[in-house]
Write a protein that binds this ligand. Sequence first.
Ligand code: NAD
Ligand code: DAU
Length: 355
Amino acid sequence: MTILVTGGAGFIGGNFVLDWLAEHNETVINLDALTYAGNLDTLVSLKNNAKHIFVHGSIGDRTLLEKLLNEHQPRTIVNFAAESHVDRSIHGPGDFIQTNIVGTFNLLESVRAYWNNLDTERQTAFRFLHVSTDEVYGTLSQEDPPFAETNRYEPNSPYSASKAASDHLVRAWHHTYGLPVLTTNCSNNYGPYHFPEKLIPLVILNALAGKPLPIYGDGQQVRDWLYVKDHCSAIRRVLEAGKLGETYNVGGWNEKANLDVVQTICAILDELKPRADGEHYASQITFVQDRPGHDRRYAIDARKLERELGWKPAETFESGIRKTVQWYLDNPQWVDNVTSGHYRDWIDQQYGRPA
Ligand code: NAD
Ligand code: DAU
């Protein structure tokens, strides 16, 4: 038995591959283009694990996909591969259109050809799970109920628009061609191996480096945080028992304003690694220019997943964020490797601007 994971050298895909191989005696083909966000250091513990087969390549490469699918005959595909950072999508939307929309289209077409040629038993057992985001639903006011699966799609950034488009393609390949798909729309993840362009790892590492902690606008934007291992367990559960063609919202019931998140991280660092000068890390907080079109609030109603499939997150925000800060303190080698090269160029482009 084999599964194919795309984007498995990224933050969530990497955590998923590690968790999967810890729990299943099944080969994982890991197809990743190794963009700036792909990091094989995350998978170093699998170096001698014959069950992990890494393939450097793109979901847009149909020749490669045809070869991989026919050779390895996966029973399931989990599609994490994407451009994932909202700020980058604002600076340069082209890669997002190419990977998230055109790439997903090419992947779906390759998978459709492969699936059509399976025997009936294997066709019935096959699953294509598309990993998506809560951002496709747009933004909420303080009074709105959290996003349910029935909410309209109202994406506001080039990133979320490209993910919305990919979700629509996946849906259409099910309705038109019968491809056995599942889609998950998850809230903000955090945890080990998170690339430090995103708020939580950026703040932990900037704090430790004595750098400013940049808060966009007034810092009162709300995100609904989920520990990455809980996202992985939700995906596993949807693969096991999800109803074909359905979408499932995944969230942690952890709505927090950005400023509160940053202050919480600072307080944990004050306790675990106090600054040498006795100052609080929160003194490094700096308000910077807001993100254009910044969505004010995301919140996920994850009751369908709990009601129908019995899934619940294991971590609270308080337990998950403490584990996360501790992980970054315990893994300086991973951090040093990731904070070199391209990543520094991005920091100059994004933060070298007046408030
Ligand atoms: P990430 O940016 O950390 O990783 C993306 C991975 O995809 C990288 O390893 C990259 O090399 C790879 N990739 C990019 N283009 C590719 C291509 N054409 N072919 C093959 N691989 C390619 O992203 P992430 O945060 O791990 O997110 C993974 C998925 O989960 C994305 O689809 C994202 O939209 C979705 N998601 C993310 C979050 C979050 O909070 N990070 C929340 C909900 C959903
Ligand atoms: O909601 C799910 C989405 O969460 C995923 O689909 C995306 O792939 C993922 O990147 C994430 O998107 P966000 O834009 O919410 O995450 P980010 O970490 O970039 O920002 C979180 C919040 O913090 C957001 O309101 C912007 C703010 N922020 C971010 C950065 C990088 C700051 O205030 N300062 C910063 O320097």
